[in-house]
Write a protein that binds this ligand. Structure first.
Ligand SMILES: Cc1cc2nc3c(=O)[nH]c(=O)nc-3n(C[C@H](O)[C@H](O)[C@H](O)COP(=O)(O)OP(=O)(O)OC[C@H]3O[C@@H](n4cnc5c(N)ncnc54)[C@H](O)[C@@H]3O)c2cc1C
Length: 253
């Protein structure tokens, strides 16, 4: 959307050069969209591969409909449908397999108009001319990218690192007592006893955001996808009907 809106609004033209910072899902989609619009595009990542978050996790199931459940997703024999112009293929699967498909699609479109630089980050951006500046002079720390000028820089660097450590805060800020797995790491929640040597262990999940709720459901049901979890719960058909009706009403509203 950033790319198409910038073109629509005349913020950039098809002769301009764009830098995308971060080769996660958002950055890759932005860069691929730029390239398909004919823009000269550079995408960089400070790490050694794109999509490393999802690639490094063997247990996380993701699904385009995770947070947007149309009523008919749950009808027997139906699979979700997602019609979108996003240039990365995305269906429901374990995240590392999705990341592998993303990597193939992403590397498949690299060209002289869409160049990817690994182990590279921005050290400074200096506006040139203006205001408003006519271009941005960008300095890099990189094995093979030197200072270059761009008309647009899209920052798609993700939202940083998660806090997964618990400190003993009884006296000041305290020392780290325990560090749990980050969301995009392989965990043992679906294993018997959640991978603990204790049978029937007590599990505490700190943080009741969407990641915490997913993990609560995985620990309790040993199922990974939302659909498998719903199926395993054998919810009374009348309750499912009420849910579908409520959702349909919400959609219409
Ligand atoms: C608790 C939790 C639950 C989540 N639940 C889900 C879920 O169920 N399903 C789902 O699809 N998503 C989920 N997400 C979100 C998921 O992480 C994002 O949807 C997705 O990874 C965001 O993609 P992104 O490209 O914005 O960022 P990222 O995947 O973080 O990619 C950012 C990229 O930028 C690079 N980068 C960072 N800084 C720089 C820099 N200075 N210079 C160069 N490169 C840089 C990084 O190396 C990285 O490759 C969850 C996240 C969390 C934390």
């Amino acid at each position: 959307m950033v790319v198409t809106r910038a073109l629509e609004q005349g913020e950039i033209t098809r002769d301009d050069k764009v830098l995308v910072v971060g080769a996660g899902a958002a950055g890759a989609v932005a860069a691929m969209t730029c390239a398909s619009c004919g823009l000269d595009t550079v995408i960089i990542d400070r790490k050694s591969q794109p999509f490393l978050r999802q690639a490094g996790c063997a247990t996380r199931w993701i699904d385009p409909m995770q947070y947007d459940w149309p009523a008919d997703q749950w009808s027997p024999g139906r699979t979700f449908s997602l019609y979108s112009l996003v240039p990365l293929p995305w269906d429901a699967d374990l995240s590392f397999r999705i990341a592998a498909r993303w990597r193939r699609a992403f590397f498949g479109v690299l060209s002289s108009r869409l160049r990817f630089y690994l182990r590279t980050h921005v050290t400074a951006i200096v506006p040139v001319g203006g205001p408003p500046p006519s271009e941005l002079k960008v300095h890099f720390q990189s094995p093979n990218l030197t200072t270059s000028k761009f008309q647009l820089v899209i920052r798609a660097a993700g939202f940083g690192e998660e806090i997964c450590s618990i400190r003993d805060e009884r006296h000041g800020t305290g020392t780290v007592q325990h560090t749990g797995p980050v969301f995009w790491s392989s965990d043992s929640l679906e294993k018997k006893s959640c991978g603990s040597s204790v049978s029937n262990p007590k599990v505490v999940i700190l943080g009741a955001g969407d990641g915490g709720v997913q993990d609560l459901l995985r620990a309790l049901t040993k199922r990974r996808s939302a659909r498998a979890i719903v199926d395993s719960l054998r919810i009374d058909p009348s309750v499912m009907n009420d849910l579908r009706n409520a959702e349909e009403r919400a959609h219409r509203h």
